[in-house]
Design a protein around this ligand. Structure first.
Ligand SMILES: NC(=O)c1ccc[n+]([C@@H]2O[C@H](COP(=O)([O-])OP(=O)(O)OC[C@H]3O[C@@H](n4cnc5c(N)ncnc54)[C@H](OP(=O)(O)O)[C@@H]3O)[C@@H](O)[C@H]2O)c1
Length: 253
């Protein structure tokens, strides 16, 4: 059975990935779609041609991750695309954040993403693609959004090394690093003061971000960065000492 696996498929960028994969990957038998809101996943079926396997689960639940792994072991699919888009962030300094949100960010953005990749690797097809949702937040520590930014630095680092490790198997990994994207992400994250408000001036469209990520993945690029301003931010974060930038950012916090 030839499949694609998409986490975070109920909303935003993940939902766009499902649509793109449905249109571009004619050979697939099924797309496995993962999120907690099962009704949204079921509704997706009306918009795509390929059969969806609805996997309604909380990715922060390690038992559920083991069940998903067992499903893969039973079905032994050939995975052509893995798009790990599930993730969330919460604005606020560590001291003001809820314990469950702090641990939840690492559970979903780091642990579940790593679990999804690791359980999928034995089944990845030659020529397969892995798209991992990082963020421009990966480029720089972000006081007031620190845990989220750290989880995305993990994803970026992990994706880049994985891409090297898997080249011999002809599997290509792309870290997707957009700036702010107009999705439900900001309903979940809460508001983050002046700096967060300023970031929203650069809001991108989820469809465009997903489309570029797909094209970059097909071109075997290890990084997908949407938009000139975010590309410029990446260069800035590479060449200017981080403590200088952090000092500047603190003026707007
Ligand atoms: N929007 C942005 O500005 C932005 C910028 C850079 C990077 N990103 C990253 O892009 C990815 C997609 O975000 P988005 O903008 O599309 O946000 P979104 O619209 O809020 O989508 C997040 C997705 O993650 C799923 N998810 C969250 N927690 C989950 C959990 N515990 N278990 C299972 N699924 C869970 C949600 O599904 P359910 O709620 O149905 O479970 C939803 O499908 C995230 O990794 C995010 O960090 C977003």
């Amino acid at each position: 059975m030839k499949i694609a696996v998409v986490s975070g498929a109920s909303s935003g960028i993940g939902k766009e990935f499902v649509d793109i994969i449905d249109k571009k990957c004619g050979m697939l038998d099924e797309i496995w779609v993962i999120a907690r809101r099962g009704q949204r996943l079921e509704a997706l079926q009306h918009h795509v041609r390929r059969p969806l396997r609805i996997i309604e689960m909380d990715l922060a639940d390690r038992e559920k991750l083991l069940e998903l792994r067992a499903l893969m072991e039973r079905k032994k699919p050939q995975i052509y695309v893995l798009a790990a888009s599930a993730g969330f962030g919460k604005y606020g300094p560590n001291t003001s954040l809820d314990y469950n949100d702090c641990v939840g960010m690492t559970d979903v953005n780091v642990t579940a993403l790593t679990a999804l990749v690791t359980m999928s690797l034995p089944y990845m097809a030659r020529g397969g693609r892995i798209l991992l949702m990082a963020s421009s937040a990966a480029f720089l520590p972000q006081p007031g959004f620190g845990i989220y930014a750290a989880t995305k630095s993990y994803v970026l680092s992990y994706a880049r090394s994985l891409n090297q490790e898997l080249r011999r198997r002809h599997i290509y990994v792309t870290a997707v690093c957009p700036g702010p994207v107009a999705t439900e992400f900001f309903e979940v994250s809460g508001s983050g003061g002046m700096l967060a408000a300023a970031k929203r001036l650069f809001m991108a469209d989820a469809r465009n971000v997903a489309r570029l990520a797909w094209n970059d993945s097909m071109a075997k690029k290890e990084l997908s960065v949407y938009g000139l301003s975010i590309k410029a931010f990446r260069v800035l974060a590479k060449v200017v000492p981080h403590h200088w930038i952090l000092k500047g950012m603190s003026l707007f916090a």
